[in-house]
Design a protein around this ligand. Structure first.
Ligand code: NAG
Ligand code: NAG
Ligand code: NAG
Ligand code: NAG
Ligand code: NAG
Ligand code: NAG
Ligand code: NAG
Length: 794
């Protein structure tokens, strides 16, 4: 009997093993919570229950020690509940990247589509494109999750303002304008979190990008993936002299905070409905961002944030170790948890939370609050809904990555973002049937590693500049001229001079790479690195014909020498154009499309480096010869202005219909005389606090514009609508972007377009108390040189 029992039991055991191994083969995802039959009966696995009930139920099953184990990006398994390890940290800035431990390219997926760096994509000023890219990245992310090569929570977008041209991570952002950064954040988050999806995961065809899409709101809404608005807030310095991001105290006025630093985050939360915020390393006015309860709570209470807050990596440790904001590690742990930070990227909370509790600095309930936020996001992602392969995104797999469609989108993005900066005597486009021989010079020209910039994974099929251009003519020669981008010494200069002499057209690829600007690396100079300038001049001298200069990299470069040099006929900012950047550049050079990208940041002259990078003030201060920052406030000269970009044609504008005046009467909460009393500023200018305007919606109007393409080539054109405020009220921007759109135009034809203006949002500014106000009087709307005055009256 006994033997027989054992025999059957062994058979059963083998059958079970076989079953397990089969199910592993059928389900490439290694492990998942709520795995039937043993781990699916918990209430937190019951999909009929509300998210908060499920989350609470899970919390109630955990011991204090298990709870503390949750407070890190790298969560250890709770096997008794069938919950495997989870890694919160995956990256997806402009394609899936393995900068975080949640992503690996070692597996059945060995590459993913690498879209242009965000700054280049921003230069397209095309919301539809921004949404489409985020959507494509989301598909690849889910596909990689399904094979166990990525998590579900990603730490993008980076929406800090590109405040200083030296910032090493400015490349990762949508640029210097808060409105553009906000618009980018909304599109990225909506596209990435799957707002265009039906509840079964299928794509909604009627979904377009833009402002007026409704979606399931609230804490119960499903998420395809989780996006994270980072770095909250006023973070834009890596390492400058003795200052590093780990110890920097950003001193920010209430005025600058409200109208420059916070708007992208507010939009990312309010309109993008992001499910994660990352608090930054720096302090804000003396308090480390991850311990700033007021700012973190404002996101939840005023902006309706529903999600989790992670610290930047080791940004809890830095509260104690670098900022020395508190006396003990336990105080740091207690402070950040009480402020509203839910997880520490790192191990600090794992190590110090227990003793913080024992010392009475924090209670278990404070941890439960964090866990509620964390589990709610995981539940919305479907992490506790059982086998991911059976879920709504379960069909996505390796075949959905690096698809023809995604590679085409990466190409399209590069085409739309590259900016033409100079084109003397219509030097470009080159005619491929008559071009003759080409010389390509510069260490970046044959290097595909330079295409993506920061947070690049393994691209699908990268195409270097050299390879892209080679497609157009058989007669191409190459010389590096410098060893690398640093160009501390020339390398093959003789060869470069030689090929420049012989070729019909000379192209020099110069600029920056991550050895010049990167995470933890700001620049000190805005000039080209090393001997690059010398290389360009020498080559220009050697060539009998004018040359073409291609600039790589994210940060602005002072290329005044090239701008003013008529031996340099053309300049193109290619930035970090992504995996097929070489093809897009070549197409532009040979006129396959009409360039339409515009600079999303000011290009300052080298003299700007006299300004301390640590000075966060946006507004100029003549008393200390401080020039201010970004096109909105900077009073000095520039090399290229924000919004600059040429095309192969030229455009003229006319206003079709715009109101001449707007009356606020009737939209006040209070009687008119009350408002008048409220609205006199000390210097006599009248304004209305935006909070006092009862119906901002009623004030919205359309600016209808006719755009005429006066050239021989069709083009996709960016319309930037700026405004200037009435006369001078103190601290008003010189001008500000209030709307933008990108439209297709036909050669020698006019196209009408319409830009919606919301005066409360777009024509307002922030006073020095941090209050948003709408100045009365004449506001000037501007399209390049064309102006229209609109009077706002009571
Ligand atoms: C899931 O919850 C619903 C609603 O409370 C309940 O009716 C149902 O029995 C639960 N299912 C399981 C398997 O426990
Ligand atoms: C890739 O994964 C395999 C299997 O896990 C491992 O043996 C190998 O060392 C990994 N390779 C790299 C380069 O990490
Ligand atoms: C390119 O050159 C060829 C041959 O001279 C000419 O026929 C063609 O019109 C040119 N194309 C353009 C766009 O100028
Ligand atoms: C290619 O570019 C990468 C990234 O900029 C750089 O690290 C590498 O040294 C370059 N390789 C060569 C051969 O210049
Ligand atoms: C280029 O030529 C000009 C005038 O011929 C000369 O002054 C200059 O030094 C040359 N520059 C280089 C880098 O050879
Ligand atoms: C606009 O483009 C047309 C055709 O390309 C050209 O003839 C004209 O001179 C251009 N006008 C301006 C103001 O650049
Ligand atoms: C904006 O981008 C989308 C997606 O790539 C593209 O289809 C559309 O043509 C672009 N719009 C313009 C005007 O270029």
């Amino acid at each position: 009997m006994f033997t027989q029992w054992r025999f059957f039991s062994l058979l059963e055991f083998l059958t079970l093993l076989l079953f397990i191994s089969q199910s592993i083969t059928a389900h490439p995802h290694p492990e998942f919570p709520c795995n039937p039959p043993h781990h699916s009966s918990y209430a937190f696995c019951n999909t009929s229950l509300p998210i908060s009930t499920r989350a609470q139920s899970l919390i109630s099953l955990l011991t204090l020690d298990e709870k503390i184990q949750q407070l890190s990006n790298n969560v250890t398994p709770i096997w008794r509940l069938g919950i495997p390890a989870y890694e919160w940290w995956s990256e997806s800035l402009h394609g899936i990247a393995d900068n975080g431990p949640g992503v690996t390219f070692n597996g059945s997926v060995s590459s993913a589509t690498s879209f242009p760096q965000v700054l280049v994509t921003a230069a397209s000023f095309n919301r539809t494109l921004w949404f489409a890219i985020a959507e494509a990245i989301a598909v690849e992310a889910r596909a990689m999750y399904n094979v166990g090569q990525a998590g579900l929570t990603f730490w993008a977008p980076n929406i800090n303002i590109f405040r200083d041209p030296r910032w090493g991570r400015g490349q990762e952002t949508p640029g210097e304008d808060p409105m553009v950064a906000a618009a980018y954040a909304i599109e990225y988050v909506r596209g990435f979190q799957g707002e265009n999806r039906n509840s079964d995961g299928s794509r909604r065809d009627d979904y377009g990008s833009g402002e007026n899409n409704s979606f399931l709101e609230g804490s119960d809404s499903n998420l395809m993936l989780s996006a994270c608005c980072k770095h909250f807030t006023a973070y834009d310095l890596e390492k400058w002299g003795e200052f590093s991001r780990y110890n920097f105290n950003a001193v920010v006025s209430q005025q600058d905070l409200e109208d420059t630093y916070q708007p992208p985050f507010q939009s990312c939360i309010e309109e993008g409905r992001a499910s994660c915020l990352m608090c930054s390393y720096n302090s804000v006015n003396g308090i480390p961002a991850c311990a700033r309860k007021d700012i973190l709570q404002k996101a939840r209470e005023d902006w309706g944030f529903k999600g989790y807050i992670t610290s930047d990596c080791d940004a809890v440790a830095t509260v104690y170790e670098y900022h020395k904001y508190v006396k003990t590690p336990e105080d740091a742990a207690a402070d950040v948890l009480k402020a509203g930070t839910d997880i520490d990227c790192g191990t600090f909370l794992l190590r110090h939370t227990q003793s913080a509790i024992e010392l009475g600095k924090i209670r278990e309930e404070d941890i439960d609050k964090a866990l509620l936020n964390l589990f709610s996001v995981q539940l919305r992602l479907g992490l506790y809904d059982g086998d991911p392969i059976k879920g709504q995104f379960g069909k996505l797999g390796p075949l959905d990555i690096c698809t023809q469609q995604h590679k085409q989108l990466a190409l399209e993005a590069a085409r739309q973002g590259i900016v033409l900066l100079k084109n003397d005597n219509r030097f470009l486009p080159l005619n491929k049937s008559t071009v003759g021989s080409l010389a390509i010079i510069g260490p970046a020209a044959q290097n595909t590693s330079i295409l993506g910039g920061g947070y690049t994974g393994t691209p699908c099929n990268p195409i270097s500049y050299f390879e892209g251009i080679k497609e157009y003519t058989g007669k191409v020669s190459y010389a590096s001229g410098c060893l690398d981008i640093k160009c501390t010494a020339h390398n093959g200069l003789t060869e470069a001079i030689q090929i420049a002499k012989e070729a019909d057209v000379v192209i020099v690829v110069a600029g920056l790479d991550l050895s010049q600007e990167n995470e933890e690396l700001d620049r000190f100079s805005l000039l080209l690195p090393g001997k690059q300038m010398d290389l360009i001049s020498t080559v220009a001298n050697s060539s009998e014909k004018p040359i073409l200069l291609i600039l790589t990299g994210g940060g602005p470069i002072d290329v005044s020498f090239a701008k003013d040099d008529n031996r340099i006929a053309g300049i193109i900012w290619v930035g970090y154009p992504g995996e097929v950047g070489g093809q897009a550049l070549a197409e532009l050079i040979f006129g396959e499309f009409n360039p339409g990208g515009r600079l999303p940041m000011t290009w300052y002259p080298e003299s700007f480096t006299d300004v301390p990078m640590t000075d966060m003030s946006m507004r100029p201060d003549p008393s200390r010869r401080y020039p201010g920052r970004t096109y909105r406030f900077y009073t000095g000269d520039n090399v290229y202005r924000f919004g600059y970009g040429l095309s192969y044609t030229n455009y003229t504008y006319s206003f079709l219909s715009v109101p001449d005046k707007l009356s606020l009467l009737g939209s006040f909460q209070k009687h008119l005389y009350n408002v008048r009393m409220l609205s006199q500023s000390r210097d006599g200018h009248e304004y209305v606090p935006v909070d006092e305007v009862e119906s901002c919606d009623a004030l919205r109007f359309h600016t209808n514009v006719l755009v005429t393409n006066n050239g021989e080539m069709d083009g996709s054109h960016v319309v930037l609508l700026f405004s200037r405020m009435p006369a001078t009220f103190r601290g008003a921007p010189q001008k500000q972007l209030i709307g933008f759109t990108r439209l297709n135009t036909l050669s020698h034809s006019a196209t009408a377009t319409s830009i919606l203006v919301d005066p409360c949002k777009h024509l307002s500014s922030v006073n020095k108390h941090g209050t948003r106000i709408l100045p009365l009087g004449n506001h000037i709307l501007m399209l390049e040189d064309l102006e229209h005055s609109i009077s706002i009256q009571t």
